[in-house]
Design a protein around this ligand. Structure first.
Ligand SMILES: [Zn+2]
Length: 208
């Protein structure tokens, strides 16, 4: 298949449109709570991150229309791309730490996965989806396309930071402690500064 045909077929199949169907209420709940409990303030580096993305206008050929859109997407939502993992294998081959890195060079030109992930990021962002939902969509769609049999350090790091399964990770670490409430030390009582004596009521009486 020529690359032009590949892009045409992909455009027809409407990958992005059907992504939205994969969300469940449960995931949305996970996302909401993960976002509330996470201090992750993504978006703070917007301007400079956007500037690092190659100029989309350099892709003038009509056969490069999707490539151009991909770079444009990365330029528009660089903060989201910086929070997504690119599953094309560039984490190992090119030492990329996030999807954003794919667009700061011409790496993205020859990579359908990079382009599609960026297009999904922008399309979902426009629909008001948050980073958690976008991570979930991209992970579900592309994680199985990761070409290596064991995850790189970057992928492990991403997996430990992604928002949509934060609750699962949290409950795992809680179950390590058996979920027990901490036990009091011997001779200690909780919630009573004077160990249960009636000193306080005595003080009150004395004050009168
Ligand atoms: Zn890539």
């Amino acid at each position: 298949m020529t690359s032009a045909k590949f892009w045409q077929n992909n455009a027809k199949s409407g990958i992005i449109g059907c992504m939205a169907k994969h969300f469940t209420l449960i995931t949305l709940a996970f996302c909401a709570s993960a976002l509330m409990s996470s201090p992750a303030a993504w978006g703070e580096e917007g301007g400079s991150a956007s500037a690092k993305v190659l100029d989309p206008e350099q892709f003038k050929d009509p056969t490069q229309i999707l490539i151009k859109k991909g770079y444009l997407a990365a330029k528009t939502v660089p903060d989201i791309c910086a929070k997504l993992f690119c599953y094309c294998g560039c984490d190992i081959t090119d030492k990329h730490s996030s999807l954003l890195d794919c667009f700061t060079s011409d790496h993205g030109v020859g990579c359908p996965i990079c382009i599609e992930e960026a297009l999904i990021a922008l399309a979902m962002h426009k629909k008001g989806k948050d980073i958690c939902e976008i991570q979930f969509a991209v992970d579900k769609r592309y994680a199985k396309q990761y070409p290596f049999d064991s995850p790189s350090e970057n992928l492990k790091k991403y997996n430990s930071e992604r928002l949509w399964d934060a609750d699962k990770r949290q409950s795992k670490s809680q179950s390590k402690d058996n979920g027990k409430t901490p036990e009091l030390k011997k001779n200690k009582k909780s919630g009573n500064c004077c160990g249960g004596s009636d000193e306080h009521s005595k003080d009150k009486k004395d004050a009168k």
